[in-house]
Design a protein around this ligand. Structure first.
Ligand code: E4P
Length: 217
């Protein structure tokens, strides 16, 4: 499973990228707002750091305007993925932009039917939002499983990009379900390393190394 980092925080992207943890980046208007930066400027900086796909989201609501914005965003770098919402206009924009050879991420997906439409419109990525479904006592992971099954039934090449990831467990659950990509905030990716038995075991090894007077270099 590929890891995308869901942020516009340059320092966090750089840190995880140096560890080989960043296969791509996703942003959205809320993350751009949080960064306090201009969208074109911060997106360009991200594309200079990361070689994988970098999603940048349109803000228009009508297809023609989304297409114009998508073309402008795609001028930033070759690895730009134009992110469009899962509306009828978004699907129209997806079809036009993918026909032009651009990568498109269809976002705000909350149902298997929506994911089916995005695949038919030629989406490069579909972004089902797990956390926002879980927030409503619905089953975000079940949606990942349903989309995987449907895409596999018909050989759709649209990649399942699990989004709205809130916990480290979401990452392993998505991997088990066969998501192609999971995009998570830097804090969630970092939390994946944590295990209480690792900490406990390390404390014991450190104490014993001290008692034994072990010195390696
Ligand atoms: C990804 O593309 C989305 O922008 C993101 O995962 C949304 O996450 P949230 O529901 O935590 O805002």
């Amino acid at each position: 499973m590929k890891f995308f980092v869901d942020t516009a925080d340059i320092d966090a992207i750089r840190e995880l990228n140096e560890l080989g943890m960043v296969d791509g980046v996703t942003t959205n208007p809320s993350l751009i707002l949080k960064s306090g930066r201009d969208i074109l400027e911060v997106t360009k900086e991200i594309c200079d750091i990361v070689t994988g796909p970098v999603s940048a989201e349109v803000i228009a609501l009508e297809a023609e305007d989304m297409i114009s914005e998508g073309r402008r965003l795609a001028e930033i770098a070759d690895n730009i993925v134009v992110k469009v919402p899962l509306t009828w206009d978004g699907l129209k924009a997806c079809k036009t932009l993918t026909d032009e050879g651009r990568m498109v991420n269809v976002t705000l997906c909350f149902s298997a039917n929506q994911a089916l439409l995005a695949a038919k419109a030629g989406a490069t990525f579909i972004s089902p939002f797990i956390g926002r479904l879980d927030d409503l006592n619905l089953d975000g992971l079940q949606l990942i499983s349903d989309i995987r099954e449907i895409y596999d039934n018909y050989g759709y090449e649209t990649q399942v990009l699990a989004a709205s990831i809130r916990t480290a467990n979401h990452m392993s659950d998505c991997a088990k379900l066969g998501a192609d990509v999971a995009t998570a905030p830097p804090g969630v990716i970092k939390a994946m390393v944590n295990h209480v038995l690792t900490d406990k075991g390390l404390d014991a090894f450190v104490a014993d190394a001290k008692k034994a007077g072990i010195k390696i270099v």
